[in-house]
Design a protein around this ligand. Structure first.
Ligand SMILES: [Cu+2]
Length: 332
């Protein structure tokens, strides 16, 4: 078994990964540096990180996950793991509702399934621990490899309202989960976009999030679909490769380059772009490309500022236009 584990050359772990890993990897007992201290690639040497998540009721009938009391948000925090690591989550349910946390893409026992089917949920006011494991790819027969856990995944409630967590998901109990492979490039900024029924992050234009970056910053988009409606995610003036990272592996990489992708309930993807690369700064839209969805409020702004952080010409006007236009559309 040990011989089947793929060994990555040490040089694949960039210096930057080592430095930034802890900051991106959330609070952890082990810490980012410790998590990467082990020889890269040995799943058995993966670190276990312990975090506490608080599920809380929010204004407007919403619910959210947060990393500290009173800090719950919609979407919840971006959770990150390095392939091979284990995440041990103590979920504190501060609400009067049954709820849970259920991940996509990683390994877990039925105990940590987060579903009422397996009696895996927090009763009102209850605290419960969920364990998510990840693994690296390993060699299989026929010069093939069994996949590891690396990917842009997500997590959500699976117990509020119904046995599928339909009530919790509708009310904001969801977030992004990233499992990174050793050597992956880390972003400077992260934006989580959740298409949930006819809303983005449970908001509608013009109250949808405005994501901001400076020209040239490496930005990571995390796109997640929820609810009962099919969507397509479109980002103006930027494009990415339709693969695990959004980047091409080389000049001959056959991955299709796209700027629009299906974003259906339960699916997720992510990619990195350099803000404004090749097109310059400005107010760029992101939106669902189902026309009556974008008209209905599933749109927002990706504000790419000048490299020094100042506003580019026309951006203020565009933002006002966006707010006014949507207002007119809603009430006209
Ligand atoms: Cu849509």
């Amino acid at each position: 078994m040990e011989d089947n584990v793929v060994s990555w050359p040490r040089k694949n772990v960039s210096r930057r990964s080592l430095v930034v890993g802890g900051a991106l990897g959330l609070t952890s007992a082990a810490g980012g540096a410790a998590a990467l201290r082990a020889e890269p690639a040995r799943a058995a040497a993966g670190a276990t990180r312990k975090i506490t998540i608080y599920a809380e009721a929010l204004p407007g009938g919403l619910f959210g996950y947060g990393l500290a009391p009173g800090k719950a948000t919609v979407p919840g925090p971006v959770l990150e793991m390095w392939e091979g690591d284990t995440l041990e989550i103590t979920l504190v349910n501060t609400t009067n509702q049954r709820l849970s946390i259920h991940p996509h893409g990683v390994d877990y026992s039925t105990d940590s399934d987060g579903s009422p089917l397996n009696d895996s949920f927090n009763k009102p006011g209850e605290t419960r621990t969920y364990v998510w494991r990840s693994r690296e790819m390993f060699a299989a027969e026929g010069r093939r490899f069994m996949p590891g856990s690396a990917g842009y995944w997500h997590y959500h409630d699976h117990a509020m309202g119904t046995d599928h967590g339909t009530g919790g998901v509708a009310k904001g109990l969801y977030g992004a989960l990233i499992v990174r492979r050793r050597g992956d490039i880390l972003p400077e900024k992260q934006f989580t976009v959740v298409f949930n029924d006819m809303m983005i992050n449970n908001r509608m234009a013009p109250d949808t999030p405005m994501f901001e970056a400076n020209l040239g910053q490496r930005v990571e988009w995390l796109a997640i679909g929820h609810g009962g409606t099919f969507h397509t995610f479109h980002l103006h003036a930027h494009r990415w490769a339709d693969n695990r990272t959004g980047m091409l592996e080389g000049p001959a990489d056959p991955a299709q380059v796209i700027d629009n992708k299906d974003l259906n309930p339960g699916s997720s993807f992510g990619f990195q772009v350099l803000a404004g690369e090749g097109v310059g700064p400005g107010a760029w839209m992101y939106h669902c490309h189902v026309q009556f969805h974008s008209d209905g409020g599933m749109a927002g702004i990706f504000l790419v500022r000048n490299a020094d952080g100042s506003m580019p010409p026309g951006a203020e006007e565009a933002i006002h236009r966006f707010q006014g236009h949507v207002h007119t559309a809603q009430h006209g």
